[in-house]
Ligand binder design. Structure first.
Ligand code: G4P
Length: 529
């Protein structure tokens, strides 16, 4: 197969949802279709169990298996599909945001009864910032839920999407009969038995035909006709380019648990979803078809064995081919590195590969060279954009609880931050370290891992910060900026990359600061150019 064909057959995407909407179940059904796993239940463990949200042992367990589920690859209809796992737990949202920089499209799973939930809103807003093509899958149709039109309205309003249904339910919950597939123009009848999945697929391009009554009954037939008419009038016609441009989002209905509507989703997905897309770097747009290899680190996974400190860095290949034992240029460190055992990922295992293509994820063993966001090239000095840090929601001072282990503590903090477990801010005034996290759970994880992997002990102290704002003065030499730095000195810190950050204690403070120092701009993410 040619290089171009290899690129064109790749589909790298993520499934996002609020916890419990059915992401794991859907992932598993997709893998079953791809023949990548043999039985249901294989992916199930990759989840922090309910009721165990404050138990970091549970997180460690999850961390242990998440290497194998980080990337799930399989072939379907001659396409190579890479599903990138996104943790659903809100305390790990940062991890998901970063993974979204490595996907070319996403499928959003929504629970038909619960509708659009908080986590879905956050994740979709990140996708929209990047114009990532989105397909919506409304799940659990075997249960009573919201009216399909109301749900689509909700999706439009809360997620800011423009939707068009490509399938539509016939009944719901107890009365659920099946799906009218607008994409393939057929009806799939539901049997309610997961082993059989679709009872019958009946091609049906003319819904006016009297046969419809015979199949689903008079009343549901009348209703379906009305609904399809309404869809025709109200929703835009599906157009692949609009979908690819992030302007239109097709909606599918189904039941992942019952394997219903999943094949339709997958078939449409492989037909319309994008192959690897060009990616912006700080200097130029990089096209996947370029001969020279480029890629970036979007995830770092620490070894579970505390005695071996090596880690696995996950690289998304953006252009060219990544080859085993070939030297690549580590742009930040300005040095060449060779990798003798790059890993490729399959459904349940990883394997050493000789060549990987754009869209693929390669796992590289790392002894501390990589940070999240690092770029590898064949010599060109450039860095990929698109891995901003967002303001954390919790802030605490971190103190050394064992004076003899200060070095270990520093090293541990440094490496955990490289992995993206949390964000570190160092106060300008006194060099005290502040850890910012998305969820309180991370503090336990950090404490536990510092002790078990680095032999260091830490304690925390509250630091009442509301938001971290990245600071950019219009003129770094202005009197105004000097005055800002003088007045706010107690609250100024540097992030891991040395960028100046203002740790504000309230929205009110942010507003006041902004109006007092209009030429000193404050941003809620680290990437603002
Ligand atoms: P998540 O990864 O998005 O968090 O969700 P997951 O797939 O784990 O699904 C959450 C729950 O919803 C699971 O039940 C799962 O079986 C159920 N579920 C998924 N799809 C459907 C569907 O189409 N219909 C119905 N009725 N249920 C569905 P659970 O009881 O929490 O877990 P389990 O005991 O079944 O593992």
């Amino acid at each position: 197969m040619s290089f171009l064909e290899e690129i064109q057959r790749r589909r790298t995407f993520g499934i996002i949802s609020h916890p419990d909407a059915g992401k794991t179940t859907l992932t598993e059904k997709l893998l079953l279709f791809g023949g990548a796993i043999q039985e249901a239940g294989a992916v199930k463990n990759n989840k922090i169990k309910k009721g165990a949200t404050s138990d970091f042992m549970e997180i460690e367990r999850q961390r242990g298996i998440s290497v194998s589920t980080s990337v799930l690859a399989f072939n379907y209809k001659e396409k190579k599909i890479n599903i990138l796992d996104t943790p659903g737990h809100k305390d790990f949202a940062e991890d998901t945001f970063r993974t979204l920089t490595a996907v070319d499209s996403v499928i959003v799973v929504i629970d038909v009864a619960k509708g659009v939930e908080e986590q879905t809103e956050k994740l979709v807003s990140v996708c929209r910032m990047r114009n990532i093509p989105i397909i919506v899958f409304i799940n659990k149709l075997d249960r009573e839920g919201k009216d399909a039109f109301d749900l689509m309205d909700e999706v439009e309003q809360k997620l800011g999407l423009t939707v068009t249904p490509l399938s539509f339910p016939i009944g719901m919950g107890y009365d659920f009969q099946g799906i009218y597939n607008l994409w393939e123009q057929n009806i799939n009848l539901f049997s309610g038995d997961s082993r059989k999945n679709i009872e019958e697929t009946i091609a049906f391009s003319d819904v006016q035909s009297p046969e419809l009554e015979q199949i689903i009954g008079q009343k549901p037939a009348d209703k379906l006709r009305e609904e399809l008419e309404l869809i025709d009038e109200v929703y835009p016609k599906f157009n692949q380019q609009d979908y690819l441009d992030g302007k239109l989002q097709p909606v599918f209905f189904g039941s992942a648990l019952n394997n219903f509507g999943v094949r339709e989703l997958l078939d449409c997905f492989v037909a319309i979803a994008p192959s690897p897309r060009p990616k912006d770097s700080e200097t130029r747009l990089v096209d996947p078809k370029e001969e020279k290899m480029s890629g970036f680190v979007f995830k770092i996974h620490a070894n579970m064995d505390p005695k071996h400190r090596d880690r696995l860095a996950f690289i998304k290949i953006v252009s060219g081919t990544f080859e085993r034992n070939k030297p690549y240029f580590h742009v930040r460190q300005k040095k060449n590195l060779k990798f003798s055992s790059p890993n490729a990922f399959f459904a349940e295992k990883k394997e050493i590969v000789d060549v990987s293509y754009p869209g693929d994820i390669v796992g590289l063993h790392d002894t501390g060279n990589f940070k999240i966001g690092d770029t590898l090239t064949e010599g060109e000095v450039m860095s990929f954009k698109g891995i901003p840090s967002f303001s954390p929601e919790h802030f605490r001072y971190i103190n050394n609880a064992d004076p003899l282990k200060a070095k270990q503590l520093d090293k541990g903090i440094d490496q955990l931050m490289d992995e993206g477990v949390a964000q570190l801010f160092t106060l300008e005034m006194n060099n005290r370290k502040v850890i910012g996290t998305v969820g309180a759970l991370q503090y336990e994880v950090i404490q536990y891992r510092l002790e078990h992997e680095y032999g260091a002990k830490c304690s925390y102290e509250n630091f009442p910060v509301h938001k971290a704002c990245w600071v950019k003065p219009d003129d770094a030499k202005s009197e105004e900026f000097k005055e800002f730095k003088r007045i706010k000195q107690k609250f100024l810190a540097h992030d891991k990359y040395g960028q100046l950050v203002f740790l504000a204690d309230s929205d009110f403070t942010i507003q006041m600061t902004q109006s007092k120092f209009p030429t000193v701009k404050l941003f809620f993410t680290s990437e603002f150019d």
